[in-house]
Design a protein. Structure first.
Length: 253
């Protein structure tokens, strides 16, 4: 009589470890923002200042994130975030518990995006330095508004502002053709102005935060991505007509 084969503990433990490493948690866009900042080692006051919220609000979100991820501390949450983006290899046996411990190396490894987004981000610096990059001066009623980088091809539209730490006042990006945008994985808020084919501003959106989606509507043919606060400072609003004139010297933002 053949005795029943017992299940392998090693195999089961590997399956369980693989399951535990797979993201199964639903987080809100705000929680993803805070989790990404945690992975960079930001403190609660730094996160609160960057997102424009109170420290108490950040603390509440952090507690909820730890509960959803079922981890004990911020370091473990940061490790979960990095694994969820697919850039950490599976830990060796015995290393699962050590994920909650601080990294041994004094230099903290910067978290990376998922492969597709990482490819786009890596292409952004190369694009910014192209000799044939086009820049344009935006004007309204003869008044100079800003200098914009023109994103008029598939790669440029896909990369957008990804990978940039800020967008200086007086600069921006003109994406064409474009009827809607998203700010997933963007590091800062932006102002948005949707432009019709005749140059008329058909819709504006002020202080659009990261991890948001904006739709310009039926008339929108292109979009201006501008620094946060630009619309309020310049008074640009729907109904005005803007013009674009190319500049001779490439001037990346």
């Amino acid at each position: 009589m053949v005795s029943p084969r017992r299940p392998s503990r090693t195999r089961n433990s590997k399956d369980e470890r693989r399951t535990n490493l797979t993201p199964q948690v639903e987080l809100s866009p705000r929680e993803w923002e805070i989790l990404e900042e945690l992975s960079r080692g930001a403190t609660n006051p730094e996160i609160a200042k960057g997102l424009g919220v109170s420290v108490h609000t950040v603390k509440s979100h952090v507690k909820l994130i730890l509960l959803k991820l079922d981890v004990a501390n911020r370091t473990a949450a940061a490790a979960w975030f990095e694994r969820s983006l697919g850039h950490l290899s599976s830990p060796a046996p015995g290393d699962v518990a050590s994920a909650e411990q601080p990294a041994a190396s004094p230099r903290r490894r910067r978290p990376r995006l998922a492969p597709a987004l990482q490819k786009r981000r890596s292409e952004a610096p190369a694009m910014a330095g192209r000799a044939d990059m086009i820049s344009a001066l935006v004007q309204v009623s003869g008044r100079k508004l800003c200098l914009v980088e023109v994103a008029d091809n598939h790669v440029a539209r896909a990369v957008g502002l990804l990978g940039r730490k800020e967008l200086p006042m007086g600069h921006g990006m003109w994406i064409k053709p474009c009827k809607s945008i998203h700010t997933f994985f963007l590091r800062f808020s932006i102002d948005v102005a949707y432009i019709a084919s005749d140059g008329t501003v058909v819709k504006t959106c002020a202080r659009l935060r990261p991890f948001r989606v904006s739709i310009g509507g039926r008339r929108a043919q292109s979009v201006l991505e501008l620094p946060s606060g630009f619309l309020e400072r310049t008074g640009l609003q729907a109904g005005e007509r803007v013009s674009f004139s190319p500049v001779s010297e490439p001037q990346p933002i």
